[in-house]
Design a protein. Sequence first.
Lengths: 116, 114
Amino acid sequence: DGGITQSPKYLFRKEGQNVTLSCEQNLNHDAMYWYRQDPGQGLRLIYYSQIVNDFQKGDIAEGYSVSREKKESFPLTVTSAQKNPTAFYLCASSIGTSGSSYNEQFFGPGTRLTVL
Amino acid sequence: RKEVEQDPGPFNVPEGATVAFNCTYSNSASQSFFWYRQDCRKEPKLLMSVYSSGNEDGRFTAQLNRASQYISLLIRDSKLSDSATYLCAVNIRLGNTGRRALTFGSGTRLQVQP
């Protein structure tokens, strides 16, 4: 089955710890994204990647880091520098963002991160 | 002003009612528009892309008004299963790279009641 997977579904972190959230897609999509959603809020863009070995900061990149070593994978690390990391983290992918057209984004099931 | 704004609701409607949501956007250069549905504690799922000519999918109709910079979603004959939060999304150019990403509204909550 084609799709986007995220793991783990739930994650608990102690203050001061770095944690890495996994995102994998087998849709052969070029572009991948990470969003954060807080209760009652919309999605805010953390990082995005157009192609392998390339990524750009979104609106709220501070305290986060990413890598894109493979087309299928776009892991997100939440570092201890992120002061309020408890949130719902969503990974998405799209065919690409070339030219003037834009393709729909499809989301993984998300990871709920709680800082203890 | 937020780049993409929605009325948070909730919209409480009886089964069978017609309900409409609007979503305003501030960047006149935006070119692509989408409606997503999000159930409680789940990921957003694409409901419809919004085309310049408007588009319809069963009970759902999406419209784009470029002059007034808003998109709309109309749901006819509401079902209990339509209860969810509806997010609009607009593509926004990021910086000078020409690269784009979606900017989401905060969502409008719909509760369809028996």
